[in-house]
Structures are given as C-alpha cells and as structure tokens.
Design a binder for this molecule. Structure first.
Ligand code: NAD
Length: 354
C-alpha cells in the first residue's frame, strides 16, 4: 500500500445481527421513542409484513405493501400519503432494496425515522443513498435523512429467499465491496470490510444455493451482505455501478442480475489500474484472477452471465457506451469507448472476462 492518506466518516446506524433478532424489533422501536410505525413491503410479502406488524402490536400504524423496484415517484407519493393517513411517527421496511428504497423516499419527504429489516443481500439499508424513477429516468442522491436509524439482520428471514434470487442478490452485494476496494474515497477499514465481505459471500453462496434452508450459510451470507452494504455507504462506486445504473434504467433490466453479469467484466477492465484491490480480491477468492473467479462463481451458482439472457436489446448498447463515456464519474481506469465496447460485447455474449 502507498503511504496511507484517507478520510473516513462512519455512519450512525445501529446494527443488530443474529438468527431470531426480529423478536427485538418492538424494543428497538421503543428505544427510538416511536409509537406508531408504518410497515413497508413489496406486495408479494404483505402477509409476512402483517406478521411483523402483529409482533409490533400497538406500535404498528399499519402495513403499506406498495414497494416496487427502483421507486417510481407515484409509488413514493402514495406511501407518503399512507404514512400521513396512518399518522405514523416512523417506518419499518421489511424486505429487500425495494422496501428499503420506499422507506428512504418517504423519509426524505417527511423526515420520518426508519428501521430496516432486510431480507435480501442488496445492502441499501446501510447507505444514505436514495433513488427515484420518474418518466423512465432514475435519479439518485445522498441524504443523511434517509439513513436507517437501526437495522435488524435476522438470517432466519432469508431462508425463503429463492436460490436464484439469493445468488444474484449476493453477487450484487459483492459488487459494492469490489468497487469500494478501488474507490477514490476508500479507507483501510473499508478495504478490510470489503475483503472480508467478498470472502464470506463467495464461501457462503454455493452452499446457500445448494441448501437454501441452511441457517449457517445463510448467516455467513447475510454477514457478508452487511459488510458490502457498509462499503457501499462509505465509498463512491465506479464504472460497474454506473453501467448497471444506465442499463437498469434505460433498458429496464433486472437489478441484481445485471450486477451479476457485469461485475466480472467491470473488474477485469479496472484490474490493471487497481493493484491493491486485485491483491485483496486474490486473498478473498483464493484465485489469481479475481474477475475470472467471479465469472466462474456466477456460473456455478446458475446465475445469468450474459446481457442477452436478461433480455437486453443490443440496439441500446451504443447509447449506454455514450452515456458512460461522457458520465464524468470517478474510476481507477479512464473510461474510453473502445474498451467499453469490448467489455459490453463480452457481457452481451456471456464470454469470460478478457
Ligand atoms: P427486491 O427488494 O425487489 O426483492 C426481490 C424480490 O424478492 C421481491 O419480489 C421481494 O418481494 C422478494 N423477497 C425479498 N426478500 C425475500 C425473502 N426473504 N423471501 C422471499 N422473497 C423475498 O430486490 P433487491 O435486489 O433486494 O433490491 C433491488 C432494489 O434496491 C433496486 O431498486 C436497487 O436500485 C435498490 N438498491 C439501492 C441501494 C441504495 O443504496 N440506494 C443499494 C442496493 C440496491
């Protein structure tokens, strides 16, 4: 490592981790001084969200099961109305990045404090980054008001996450750690978390896919996901996240799967300019070529490895290249057109990273 020079600002999130910690939710809500919290979830998880509300008893102001991916502005406005109608004094998001994203949108608008109970590996619960989609364009920003006050990570809540969703969600999480390792605002403690996160997820995911109901591997995967989310909250992401943002927004591709396909290629592109990151990932993955190791891992998990398989229209790829080249974002290697075309070509075809 070069002579260290860094700034690091830990975020004030209380984290409670372990199988069964959902039982602590009422006490955690009390500790925040909240007495009427609205429980937010996706429509498919309404029944489980209802059980969370039942656990909260008189502290629950109701369930709003309206979350959808990428937080459409109308969906956010509806949730704000639901919170006002219920006279909620706080929010509990129950679910993955979609439920957390909706809580953030409401918190940003109303200032209501939020508790997150994540049930995927997306990591949004550890970040002050909000997103909102309007007229097909997703805007994101950082705002301390959207940061969860408390996060309860209960691996037993992830046992029902289907293997394919678990695999893609875990690869999505690893992308946060990988890009934190070469971020312009990285720090030694963030790199330690990132390396440990990749190690934990790479070890746990094959077992999660083999036996989705096994609590030991689920616990290690969620532990890795927490670290990945912390990395995402602490460091500025680069080319990989930029490409996923553009592809997800303009081509409407599935979020976690898009991350899964692109991560090995984005890492291969950046590797020559990020030797410290490559060294850390070699240790974490136990392989000389971390980009190839991640591509192999995705294959062994049965995850998609080509943009074509995700339903991307190749006619849009020129536009993606143009937006990324002109994107003006931090990245260890300059983002130039020919390299980007080659990267997307490999990702389109499902070839191993070059
Ligand atoms: P998601 O929240 O949409 O969940 C995927 C699906 O799995 C949903 O249908 C959900 O109902 C279901 N599900 C969730 N947990 C389950 C469980 N334990 N058992 C069974 N089914 C379950 O998807 P995601 O990948 O978690 O999040 C993606 C969204 O999060 C995207 O909109 C992305 O942009 C956002 N995100 C934001 C940040 C940030 O910092 N702002 C970080 C990561 C992701």
């Amino acid at each position: 490592m070069d002579a260290p020079r860094f700034a690091y600002q830990p975020l004030p999130v209380r984290v409670v981790f372990g199988a069964g910690v959902l039982e602590d939710l009422p006490a955690e809500v009390d500790a925040l001084g909240l007495s009427r919290v609205l429980v937010l979830s996706t429509p498919g998880r309404r029944a489980d969200a209802g059980r969370v509300a039942a656990l909260l008893g008189g502290r629950a102001a109701g369930v709003h099961a309206g979350a959808v991916t990428h937080v459409p502005a109308g969906v956010a406005a509806e949730a704000c109305r639901a919170a006002a109608d219920a006279e909620a004094d706080g929010l509990v998001s129950f679910g993955g990045g979609s439920a957390v994203g909706l809580a953030k949108a409401v918190a940003r608008e109303t200032g209501l404090p939020a508790v997150a109970v994540p049930t995927t590996y997306a990591g949004s619960e550890m970040t002050p980054v909000w997103g909102m989609t309007e007229d097909g364009v997703k805007r994101t920003g950082r705002d301390p008001r959207v940061l969860a006050r408390t996060v309860l990570y209960d691996p037993s809540l992830t046992l029902g996450l289907p293997p394919a969703v678990s695999a893609a969600s875990g690869m999505n999480a690893m992308a946060h750690a990988v890009e934190a390792l070469y971020a312009p605002d990285g720090a030694p403690v963030v790199s330690l978390m990132a390396e440990e996160a990749v190690r934990a997820l790479a070890a746990a995911l094959p077992e999660v896919v083999r036996d989705p109901g096994g609590l030991t591997a689920r616990t290690e995967a969620l532990y890795g996901a927490w670290l990945c989310g912390t990395c995402l909250g602490a460091a500025t992401m680069g080319l990989h996240h930029k490409l996923c943002h553009i592809l997800g927004g303009s081509l409407n591709l599935p979020h976690a799967e898009t991350h899964t396909v692109l991560l090995p290629h984005a890492l291969a592109y950046n590797a020559p300019a990020a030797p410290d990151a490559v060294r850390a990932l070699r240790r974490a993955l136990g392989r000389d070529d971390p980009a190839r190791a991640l591509w192999d891992l995705a294959g062994s998990l049965g995850s998609p490895r080509s943009l074509r398989d995700l339903g991307a229209d190749p006619a849009h790829l020129d536009g993606v290249v143009a937006r990324a080249v002109g994107g003006g974002f931090a990245n260890p290697r300059p983002v130039e057109e020919a390299g980007l075309r080659a990267l997307l070509g490999d990702a389109w075809e499902g070839r191993p990273p070059a």
